[in-house]
Design a binder for this molecule. Structure first.
Ligand code: UVW
Length: 298
């Protein structure tokens, strides 16, 4: 791979063409065989963590989605089979694909037509590599700046860097960055009334949508980013949102609503905030998003 330009050298923060004119993998290109082989060396105990909340976990569903319905039927040979009605692919732990958010100028990532994208492109290769877990919620609480899951707060590049340094974990190109805000833990504990209130008002903490944040992620070489909150970025959105720039301009897949608690607890216990991560996006031609199907291994 040719040398990747620094964020400051990307015109307008646009990574179009960096990985080639027809490329639909974006930052996933940084998950090179060398990076993946290194990530495999991080599996030392055989501990496996599912990072997937249940399909029907968010209840009532957000953003005018309807609740999934699971049906089971008996086949003519007497076996059981099942199907889902109203299975919104982005309703629980999921990836936003490159069709989910356009660039600020309305094009899709790398200026490809819609037909050039789709989660099937990612499914064909899979997502794998070293993941770094930053438990920013715990870190900021220790600093006397706790996040509240129903209050808007911006997590800055400086916060991420301070948390990373405190964890003693290095940056490597190709890393999948996992950011725990604590939102998912609070949602898991919430009453029906509190969950219903979330559907009406999704206000909550998330990443700041500014150039420092974009530069931090790009210059690190983050190949994908997943958080335990609703939309990665702070809600409600500010005047300039992160999605069009992270997905549309930089080509970084965004994971939302990931379940990171057991992994975070394990990292806190052994002091190792890195692991092997695998994720198998659904092989859906033209898919806009995908269930995460993500595992962390240590
Ligand atoms: C935004 O697009 C801001 O959020 P989501 O990915 O959850 O739809």
């Amino acid at each position: 791979m040719t040398e990747r330009p620094a964020y400051a050298d990307l015109p307008g923060g646009d990574a179009s063409g960096v990985f080639g004119p027809g490329d639909a993998l974006g930052a996933l290109n940084l998950q090179t065989p060398t990076a993946i082989a290194h990530a495999a060396t991080l599996v030392r105990e055989g501990a496996v963590f599912s990072l997937n909340a249940p399909v029907d976990w968010v209840d009532p569903p957000l953003f005018s989605r309807e609740q999934v319905e699971h049906h089971v039927f008996t086949t003519p040979r007497g076996n059981l089979d099942d199907w889902l009605d109203r299975y919104y692919l982005q309703a629980s732990s999921q990836w936003d694909g490159f069709l989910h958010a356009r660039r600020p100028d309305g094009d899709f990532h790398n200026r490809l037509p819609a037909a050039g994208h789709g989660v099937h492109v990612w499914a064909a290769r899979g997502i794998a590599g070293r993941a770094v877990l930053l438990d920013v919620g715990a870190y900021l609480a220790d600093q006397g700046r706790p996040l509240h899951w129903r209050t808007r707060a911006e997590i800055t590049a400086a916060d991420l860097e301070a948390c990373r340094a405190a964890c003693g974990v290095e940056q490597r190109a190709g890393d999948v960055l996992l950011i725990r805000t604590g939102w998912a833990s609070e949602y898991e504990r919430a009453s029906v009334a509190e969950r219903t209130a979330v559907r009406a008002d999704t206000t909550g903490p998330g990443l700041a949508a500014d150039d420092e944040l974009l530069a931090y992620l790009w210059d690190w070489g983050v190949s994908a980013l997943a958080c335990d909150n609703i939309a990665v970025e702070a809600l409600p959105l500010g005047p300039v949102a992160l999605h069009p720039r992270l997905i549309g301009l930089l080509g970084v897949p965004l994971g939302e609503l990931w379940w990171l608690d057991e992994l975070a607890a394990h990292c806190a216990r052994d002091g190792r905030y890195e692991c092997l991560l695998t994720s198998a996006p659904i092989n859906l031609r033209g898919g806009v998003g995908s269930p995460a199907n993500a595992l962390a291994l240590k």
